[in-house]
Design a protein around this ligand. Structure first.
Ligand SMILES: *[C@@H]1O[C@H](CO)[C@@H](O)[C@H](O)[C@H]1NC(C)=O
Ligand SMILES: *[C@@H]1O[C@H](CO)[C@@H](O)[C@H](O)[C@H]1NC(C)=O
Length: 890
């Protein structure tokens, strides 16, 4: 989870119509059912449809409810929808007897006046209120004449954020009466392809109702439909009340073959980034825990329970400590200790012994924790490449020591100095959440409210899981400076496993041919740069495919993200800066029709202007659940000078002898599975081995079967480093820590004495400092080819720093050697003359031929003429070829 990732994208919507017996009656008794089925108090809700269209994580949801007044007097009809706090309402329309009253987004102050006027005149108005942990409730009521029909249509949009490896859409379903046509329909389109999709509802407990739910996905499209019949909706076979009451959740994830995805439509771009296969960066965690008197009882038990579970999940690479604060501060250890099994055992005993007592000194608790982390870093007690975090939990406001919120914020800001994030967990409602949030945000962290409930320990543990696995730190996403405008946040302190960084912006020139983005970050072992290059003509093709969903979704996604980030910045800003941020956010909210904390939606019945006004409003500054991390980087690889040694194809070894301006080549015929030693240098500790693969299908004549290299292993013993390359992926081990990259990544990995660059679907360039560079070329064949399969070529581009003792099928030729060719004469193949070669004191018959060098162009290659040595290079190589067979790749 990235530091900023919130629990998810909860799209909760509860949709329902409630009929009340009398106009403006505040109480709506639902107990009595009308005799006529599906009609409650004269109002029949005959259709409710929730339609969700998601394109590239951007969700566009429409809730439509239709009702008719079957009574012989006018009735008030209410429409309630619960939607996620992170969503913005974008439209609301009311249609009465075929006349539509559209909603308009207005600045809040302006709308408020109209709203107050409407209410004071006893007119109907709608309002959105916070509801539950993640929801807001939209409610509106209108008066409907006898026999009239009314349709409510609410639209809201939201960017689904990735949380613990998936996107989640949460719909609250609560129709409150049987509805003839009840339907939830979700269409998901993801350009990266959908890898998993699920949908479930808390109220589906039997197979009968389950049969109303269908879910499917294939390629880039996913579909979920829930369409219970009237009978399926009944809470019992003879009941007239609805079983549908609860949460409907859709979760999915996309393919992660490539870490990044860029989409560009109409001059706006969005860039998603979530790498896979990287080792976790070790972390130094200080838990700053409130043990004041108010934590007494269940809260303390739940906190301890959560801490015990968190201890179980700690990695041995991590460091930790506990700081307890009440009126004064105590610590478990004087400094951070490593999470060894013994220390974890001791920590468990410590946690169990925690007792509540006294007052709340947040300031001193936090400062102690921060200084401990700073000191551990200064004294190099924690690993160089580790990352630090402070997790503070409190259930109340500071009331002893420094208790002024602004002063505490200032102290904490100065102590942390931007070096690591602070996460504030506010337990319960009896605290100043805005203070906790603002303090966390200005220290690159975030705040989370822990609801006092039976699952509080799970909420705490769940939060920890989100931040437990940082994959990259200091993440920065870079684009060519002069090509883009209006970029959203592009630097993040952490990228957590299971999260995703999203950056959006605008292109200066819509007609550019290509677009490039780099994500740079520090990993557990090395520095990484992921490069994404987009071909605009391919983008155009892809765009046409997606258009069917909704047109300018990237521009709206950009606006959504920009407003969200402006509102967040506004929380920690003051004075003129705050006014400026407010003005920018307001402008965009009005321009894009978003109901944000700065705007309201007003619906007015046109003919008698303010007769009927409904207002959709966003509640005040409650906990805001959305910050997105983001970032990426790339460089371009220039093929180095002509290689002198390589092996490619059916393994054809090519040795160029620059002094002669000529080359020698030979084949090795060995069975699939055989591992051959290509290079071994006892001085530098470098070894390269290659494993042979055959064709997909054995040829009846085994001699004629072609063989290739299907696996290349590069190891450098003194660095405890191994790189295993296959046509599927590249795996890199530093000791036991493994990073994996797919050939769909363009990525640069740098660490002391090593640089690796994977050029997407082409090659991998490995350099060990100056003077040793290898290139592994990827040959991809048509996937359904009946015979051939993907294979690898290995090229030595630079071997200057390899020692004179280097050996192996290629390595033995790194030292200068001489050969003489004479007596060129026609051979058995008239196009290929034979000759006599004297080399290494042997006299050999060789044949003129040619091989290909695929390093520059993996498609067609470049022809290289060479003298072919028969019989597995016998006479040319030292010893015989079987001397080079080794048992394993490493
Ligand atoms: C709001 O919804 C109505 C009805 O679907 C539609 O006609 C109108 O164009 C929408 N307004 C905006 C701004 O999207
Ligand atoms: C507001 O921000 C814009 C853009 O950064 C800047 O040009 C303008 O001067 C700022 N205005 C104020 C009042 O700070």
């Amino acid at each position: 989870m990235a530091s900023a990732q919130w629990p998810c994208l909860l799209l909760v919507l509860s949709s329902g119509l409630v009929a009340s017996g009398f106009q403006k009656s505040p109480s709506r008794s639902l107990g009595k059912r009308s005799l006529s089925e599906g009609v409650v108090k004269g109002i029949e809700v005959y259709s409710t449809k929730i339609s969700c269209k998601v394109t590239s994580r951007f969700a566009h949801n429409i809730v439509t409810t239709r009702a008719v007044n079957r009574a012989d007097t006018s009735k008030e009809v209410s429409f309630d929808v619960e939607l996620p706090k992170t969503a913005f309402i974008t439209n609301f329309t009311l249609t009465i007897d075929g006349v539509t009253y559209p909603g308009n987004v207005k600045e809040k102050e302006v709308a408020k006046k109209q709203y107050e006027k409407a209410v004071s005149q006893g007119k109907t108005a709608g309002l959105v209120k916070a509801s539950g942990r993640k929801l807001e409730k939209f409610t509106v009521s209108v008066n409907v004449a006898a026999g009239s029909k009314v349709t409510f249509e609410l639209t809201y949009e939201e960017l689904l954020k990735r949380h613990k490896g998936k996107y989640e859409m949460f719909l609250k379903v609560q129709p409150k009466q049987l509805v003839k046509h009840f339907e939830i329909e979700a269409d998901i389109f993801e350009p990266q392809g959908i890898s998993s999709l699920d949908a479930e509802a808390s109220f589906i407990t039997n197979d009968l109702l389950g049969s109303a739910l269908t879910k499917s996905f294939s390629g880039k499209k996913g579909h979920v439909s829930f369409k219970p019949s009237l009978d399926q909706q009944r809470s019992c076979p003879t009941c007239t009340d609805s079983l549908l009451n609860g949460d409907f959740t859709i979760t999915y994830d996309v393919n992660r073959e490539s870490p990044a995805n860029v989409q560009i439509v109409n001059g706006y771009f969005v860039h998603f980034f979530a790498p896979q296969g990287l080792p976790v960066v070790p972390k130094n965690v200080v838990f700053v825990i409130d043990v004041s008197g108010s934590m007494y009882g269940r809260k303390m038990e739940q906190t301890k329970d959560a801490l015990l579970r968190i201890l179980e999940d700690m990695s041995e690479e991590d460091y930790l400590n506990f700081i307890l604060f009440s009126g004064h501060v105590t610590t478990w250890k004087d400094s951070l200790v490593r999470a060894t099994p013994e220390n974890i055992q001791e920590a468990r005993a410590f946690v169990k012994s925690i007792k509540d007592q006294g007052m709340t000194n947040i300031n001193d608790g936090l400062l102690r924790g921060i200084s401990m982390l700073n000191k551990a870093r200064e004294e190099r007690r924690v690993p160089e490449r580790s990352t630090s975090i402070v997790i503070m939990l409190t259930d109340g406001d500071a009331n002893v020591g420094e208790s002024r919120p602004e002063k505490i914020q200032e102290n904490v800001r100065n102590a942390i100095g931007g070096k690591f994030p602070l996460y504030n967990l506010g337990f319960g409602n009896n605290l100043n959440y805005n203070f906790l949030e603002s303090m966390a945000l200005e220290n690159h962290g975030l705040a989370r409210r822990i609801y006092e409930d039976s699952d509080a320990h799970l909420q705490l543990q769940g939060f920890y899981e989100e931040v437990a696995n940082p994959l990259l730190t200091g993440v920065e996403v870079e684009y060519p400076k002069n090509d883009i405008l209006d970029l959203t946040q592009n630097a993040y302190q952490h990228l957590y496993d299971g999260s995703e960084i999203v950056v959006a912006g605008r292109l200066v020139d819509q007609d550019v041919n290509s677009f490039k983005a780099d994500v740079k970050g520090h990993g557990a072992i090395n520095d990484l740069t992921f490069t994404e290059e987009v071909d605009m003509s391919e983008m155009e093709k892809a765009r046409r495919e997606q258009d069917y969903i909704f047109g300018n979704y990237i521009e709206r996604l950009w606006a959504y993200l920009t407003i969200e980030q402006l509102l967040e910045k506004r929380k920690k800003a003051h004075g003129e800066e705050k006014e400026n941020l407010t003005a920018q956010a307001l402008d965009l909210s009005l321009k894009y029709h978003f109901v944000t904390p700065l705007t309201s939606m007003v619906v007015t019945k046109p003919e008698d202007s303010e007769d009927q006004t409904a207002i959709a409003d966003k509640p005040g500054e409650g906990p805001v659940d959305a910050v997105t991390p983001s970032s990426v980087y790339l460089t371009s690889y220039q093929p180095p000078q002509t290689p002198y040694y390589y092996v490619d194809g059916d393994p054809h070894f090519i040795i160029q002898v620059p002094e002669k301006g000529d080359a020698i080549c030979f084949n090795i015929d060995e069975a699939p599975g055989t591992v051959l030693r290509l290079i071994q240098d006892p001085v530098t500790g470098l070894t390269v081995n290659g494993q042979i693969i055959g064709e997909k299908r054995d040829s009846p004549d085994s001699k004629a079967t072609k063989t290739y290299f299907g696996k290349v292993g590069i190891a450098r013993a003194p660095m405890d480093l191994r790189i295993e390359v296959t046509p599927e992926k590249v795996a890199l081990w530093n000791g036991a820590a493994q990073s994996t990259f797919s050939w769909l990544d363009t990525v640069t990995i740098t660490q002391e004495g090593l640089s690796v660059r994977i050029n997407r679907k082409e090659n991998m360039v490995v350099s060990f400092g100056d003077g040793v560079t290898f290139v592994v070329v990827l040959h991809q064949v048509w996937k359904k080819h009946p015979v051939h399969q993907d294979f690898l070529g290995f090229y030595v581009a630079d071997s200057r720093q390899m020692s004179a003792q280097t050996h192996g099928l290629l390595g033995q030729f790194f030292h200068p050697f001489d050969f003489k060719v004479s007596d060129v004469h026609p051979g058995s193949d008239p196009t290929k003359p034979d000759a006599t070669m004297v080399v290494k004191n042997h006299r050999l018959t060789v044949t003129r031929g040619s091989q290909k060098d695929y390093r520059k162009d993996v498609g067609t290659g470049t022809k290289v003429a060479c003298w072919f040595v028969h019989n597995n290079g016998q006479g040319l190589i030292d010893g015989v070829h079987t001397d080079y067979i080794v048992p394993d790749l490493f």
